[in-house]
Design a binder for this molecule. Structure first.
Ligand SMILES: Cc1ncc(COP(=O)(O)O)c(C=O)c1O
Length: 466
C-alpha cells in the first residue's frame, strides 16, 4: 500500500464520520440520477456533501458542517453566496410576479447597455442566452456563418463548456496530450475541424494560423485561462492573436465567462487594451442566475438577425428562458454594484487572493512539500482573486502553461484533485481543482482559517507522502 493509499484511507474515514447524512442522500440520488448528481465538478469521491444552505463565504451541508467555500457557484458568486442586496430585490420581484412570461421586457436592455458601455463600444450589440456552453457555441456558429469557414482554433486546456465544436483539447491525455476528443457522440468531422494550439505560445499560434488560416472561422481563447490552470495570457500573446486573426479574416473570440467582471468591472480585455470580434460572458453577469451573453460589433452580431454570411442567417435563438426578466434584474444589480464599488472591491479581491496564494505556498514549503500556486496576475492584470495549487514532481517547476499543470509526469494531478480535496473538506474548506475564487464576502478570518486548513493538509502530506 502506498503512502497515497494510506492517506486516502485516513481521509475517507474522517470524511465519512462527519458526513453520514450526505452519504445517505447520495445513495438515494444515485438511484435516479446519473452518477448521483448533475455536474461532474460537484461529484467527488467517495461522495459529495449535499448543501443545505449557503451564505457569504460559507456553505453548510445536511449534516450541519460548515465549509469556507471557494467554489462559489462555479466562480459565479463574486460577492459570496446569496448576497443580501440581490436577495432582497429578488424577493420583491417575486412578490410582484416575476416568473417566466416569454415576452420581451426592459431589464434586458439595461443589462445589454451595461455590457456594451463597459466594453467601451458604442456600436456593439448583445444577445442573451442561458449558459456559457451555449454562448460559446453560438459565438462559434456565428463566426462560421459570417466567414463561411468550418475550422475552429482553440487552446489546449481551454474549457468552453460542452458544445460539440469545443470538446477537444480540454483534458491532457497521456498519449496525445491536448489533441484528444473529450466525449463520445461527436461527429468525427467536427473533431477534425477543431484545431488546438498551445496557450501563450506565440510561435505555435503563428505556425498554426500560417498553415490553416484560410480555413479557420475563429480563434477562441480565455485571456485569463480558467480551468486550464488560472494563468494570464501575456500581453504579447493577446496582441499577436489580434494581429494575426485580423490579417487572416479570422474572428477573435474572447471567452470571458470566468474573467468577465472578475478582475475589473468589465471584461479583462479592457486591461489588455485589445478588442476581440466577439466576447462570451456568463457566470458573474447573472447575479446568481442562468445568464450568458455574446457581445460583438453591430455588424457581426446582425448575422444572427438576418442573412449576412454565405450560408444565410445564424439561428442564435437564446432559448425559452433567455433574458428571463428576473435574471436580468439580478444581473443588473450585480453589475451595478461591481461598477459602483470597483475602486474598493477589486483591490480587496486581489489582496485576499495574493495573501492566500503566498501563504499556501509557504505552508507547503514549511513542511518540505513542493507546491506552487497559479492564479497570480501579470504586468497586465494587476491582481487576482483566483488560486490553484499544484504539486510538481520536479523541484523548481514554475507553471506557465496547461501542459505543465496537467501532464501527470510533471505534476501530481491526483494529489490535488482527490487527496487535497478531501484533506481540505475534513478541515472545513471546500476547494475545487486545489483552490478556487475568493469572493468579496471572504474576510480576513476566513482567509486565515483557510491558511490553517492548508497548513494542516501540508502536515498530513508530510506525514504520509514526503
Ligand atoms: C471559461 C468557460 N467558458 C465556458 C464555460 C461553460 O459555461 P457553463 O457551465 O455555464 O455552460 C465555463 C464553465 O465553467 C468556463 O469556465
Amino acid at each position: 500500500m502506498t503512502g497515497m493509499d494510506r492517506l486516502r484511507g485516513h481521509l475517507v474515514k474522517e470524511y465519512r464520520k462527519k458526513t453520514a447524512k450526505s452519504r445517505a442522500v447520495f445513495h438515494r440520488a444515485e438511484k435516479v440520477m446519473v452518477e448521483g448528481g448533475s455536474h461532474s465538478n460537484r461529484l467527488w469521491r467517495p461522495y459529495p456533501f449535499f448543501a443545505a444552505a449557503a451564505e457569504g463565504p460559507v456553505v453548510r451541508d445536511v449534516d450541519g458542517n460548515t465549509y469556507i467555500d471557494y467554489w462559489q457557484g462555479h466562480y459565479a458568486n463574486v460577492l459570496g453566496h446569496n448576497p443580501k442586496l440581490i436577495r432582497r430585490e429578488m424577493a420583491a420581484c417575486l412578490g410582484r410576479g416575476a416568473l417566466h412570461t416569454g415576452f420581451e421586457a426592459s431589464h434586458q436592455i439595461e443589462l445589454a447597455e451595461t455590457l456594451v458601455r463597459k466594453l467601451g463600444g458604442k456600436e456593439a450589440k448583445v444577445r442573451f442566452t442561458t449558459s456559457g456552453t451555449l454562448a460559446t457555441m453560438y459565438a462559434v456558429m456565428l463566426a462560421q456563418g459570417l466567414t463561411g469557414r468550418d475550422h475552429v482554433l482553440k487552446i489546449g486546456g481551454g474549457w468552453h463548456g460542452s458544445s460539440p465544436y469545443l470538446l477537444k483539447g480540454v483534458k491532457f491525455h497521456a498519449d496525445v496530450g491536448f489533441e484528444g476528443r473529450e466525449s463520445a457522440g461527436l461527429l468525427d468531422d467536427i473533431v477534425r475541424r477543431t484545431l488546438v494550439t498551445r496557450f501563450n505560445d506565440c510561435d505555435d499560434l503563428q505556425r498554426i494560423i500560417k498553415e490553416n488560416g484560410d480555413r479557420i472561422a475563429c480563434f477562441i481563447v480565455e485571456p485569463f485561462l480558467g480551468v486550464g490552470g488560472f494563468l494570464p495570457a501575456s500581453k504579447e500573446y493577446i496582441e499577436l492573436a489580434r494581429r494575426l486573426t485580423a490579417q487572416k479574416g479570422i474572428l477573435l473570440v474572447f471567452d470571458e465567462i470566468i474573467s468577465g467582471f472578475r478582475f475589473c468591472p468589465s471584461g479583462v480585455q479592457t486591461l489588455y487594451g485589445v478588442r476581440p470580434d466577439l466576447t462570451a460572458f456568463g457566470k458573474i453577469i447573472g447575479g446568481g442566475h442562468a445568464v450568458s451573453a455574446v457581445v460583438g460589433s453591430r455588424e457581426d452580431m446582425e448575422g444572427c438577425g438576418r442573412a449576412r454570411g454565405p450560408g444565410g442567417r445564424v439561428l442564435f435563438e437564446g432559448g425559452t428562458f433567455s433574458a428571463h426578466s428576473e435574471y436580468m434584474k439580478a444581473g443588473l444589480i450585480m453589475l451595478g454594484h461591481l461598477v459602483r464599488g470597483a475602486s474598493t472591491i477589486y483591490p480587496k479581491l486581489a489582496r485576499s487572493g495574493e495573501k492566500l496564494r503566498r501563504a499556501i505556498e509557504r505552508a507547503f514549503a514549511d513542511e518540505g512539500v513542493p507546491a506552487r500556486c497559479t492564479g497570480y496576475g501579470n504586468d497586465v492584470v494587476p491582481g487576482s482573486s483566483l488560486f490553484m495549487v499544484h504539486f510538481p514532481r520536479e523541484a523548481g517547476l514554475t507553471y506557465k502553461n496547461p501542459e505543465e499543470i496537467y501532464d501527470d509526469r510533471r505534476t501530481n494531478v491526483a494529489l490535488r484533485e482527490e487527496i487535497l480535496k478531501l484533506a481540505l473538506l475534513v478541515n472545513g474548506v471546500n476547494a475545487v481543482h486545489g483552490g478556487g475564487s475568493v469572493s468579496v464576502a471572504h474576510g480576513d478570518k476566513d482567509i486565515d482559517r483557510t491558511i490553517e486548513a492548508y497548513g494542516e493538509t501540508a502536515r498530513l502530506f508530510k506525514k504520509y507522502l514526503y
